[in-house]
Design a protein around this ligand. Structure first.
Ligand code: HEC
Length: 134
């Protein structure tokens, strides 16, 4: 009996997490549209993700891939601290995009660090859609 319950709990968690990520992504995207963004595009998100910026504070170009890499199924490496960053793909990392506050916090930090400014609602939506499809 206890084993049966454990098994059921396990199945519940496995089945629930990807659904949850999708819901959080949808809500977040709707939020960006209510802030004035239009339709979102995976292609636009990909271009933005790989956009290389010459930052005033750095001799090396910066892009989102600088830390997260371009293989969304493997870990990235923080360009400054060397710390490992978990995969960005929600398939490889079921905890990805399950918390709207976390998404916003990191968009704010990373856009500023990488591009020297905050991302617009349109840019965030395009990149989030692109990432969520990986
Ligand atoms: C200097 C290193 C660095 C760069 C460059 C960087 N990030 Fe990140 N990013 C991180 C770290 C560290 C985390 C938090 C750890 C984690 O979520 O695994 C994170 C988390 C995120 C998250 C949160 C994901 C979630 O699970 O909710 C998003 C979204 C994100 N980054 C987007 C971007 C975008 C867009 C860019 C480019 C504009 C970018 N990042 C550039 C280091 C970076």
């Amino acid at each position: 009996m206890p084993k049966y319950i454990l098994l059921l709990t396990g199945m519940f968690i496995t089945l629930q997490s990807p659904v949850f990520a999708t819901e959080v992504v949808d809500t977040t995207l709707q939020g960006y549209q209510s802030q004035g963004a239009g339709e979102f595009s995976v292609d636009a998100g990909k271009t933005l993700w790989n956009n290389e910026i010459i930052h005033s504070k750095s001799p090396v170009t910066r892009s989102c891939a600088s830390c997260h890499g371009n293989d969304f199924n493997t870990t990235g490496k923080h360009i400054k601290t060397g710390k490992t960053i978990k995969p960005m793909s929600p398939t490889a990392n079921p905890k990805r995009f399950t918390d709207q506050e976390k998404i916003e916090k990191w968009f704010r930090r990373n856009c500023k660090w990488t591009w020297g400014r905050e991302c617009t609602a349109q840019e965030k939506g395009d990149m989030l859609l692109f990432l969520s499809k990986q």
